[in-house]
Design a protein around this ligand. Structure first.
Ligand code: GDP
Length: 177
């Protein structure tokens, strides 16, 4: 059954950020619809999807926003960050540059978002382990230094996708619930 006839206790906005092609859209598709499209084509314009779940006996509607390609033009606006209580900073573990850009994304996020925002660093595409360009320890160290949660995922194989969304939403609930 869907969202209707359900009393929603909380709506939590979570934004996905990171370079183009790291897998943000596919992570969202996997979490919200348990789908993966091999040829995902980013559309321009902000989009979000929702998923309702139960945390601590409360009905929580997660509203997950995807940049939908805006990041290619460095045009992610303050409206995108407005009201966000969580953020997922996504890099592609086979693309070192996408990890090196995390500091810049974090700076932009911290410049726009609420100071209590819960942030999770995500190294996506862990199914491509033979092409790994970012050691787990590098990401762990960055996450620890910046006070972020950290997880490696595969939207393709579903690895840790549910877990990372549940983790961030549970932390958000502990702060905002
Ligand atoms: P976005 O621009 O960050 O939204 O990235 P997309 O979700 O559109 O994904 C970019 C490309 O990476 C697409 O070709 C996806 O099929 C692919 N992709 C996304 N997630 C994964 C993953 O976990 N593993 C692998 N192997 N490919 C992925």
């Amino acid at each position: 059954y869907g969202d209707y006839n359900q009393k929603i206790d909380y709506v939590f906005k979570v934004v996905l950020i990171g370079d183009s092609a790291v897998g943000k859209t596919q992570l969202l598709a996997r979490f919200a619809r348990n789908a993966f499209n091999v040829d995902s084509k980013a559309t321009i314009g902000v989009e979000f999807q929702t998923k309702t779940l139960i945390i601590d006996n409360k009905t929580v509607k997660a509203q997950i926003w995807d940049t939908a390609g805006q990041e290619r033009y460095r045009a992610v606006t303050s409206a995108y960050y407005r009201g966000a209580v969580g953020a997922m900073l996504v890099y592609d573990m086979t693309k070192r540059q996408s990890f090196d850009h995390m500091a810049r994304w974090l700076e932009e996020l911290r410049g726009h978002a609420d100071k209590n925002i819960v942030i999770m660093l995500i190294g996506n595409k862990c199914d491509l382990s033979s092409l790994r360009a970012v050691p787990t320890e590098d990401a762990e160290e960055f996450a620890q230094r910046e006070n972020l949660f950290f997880m490696e995922t595969s939207a393709l194989e579903s690895t840790n996708v549910e877990t990372c969304f549940l983790t961030i939403l549970t932390k958000i609930y502990q702060i905002n619930g």
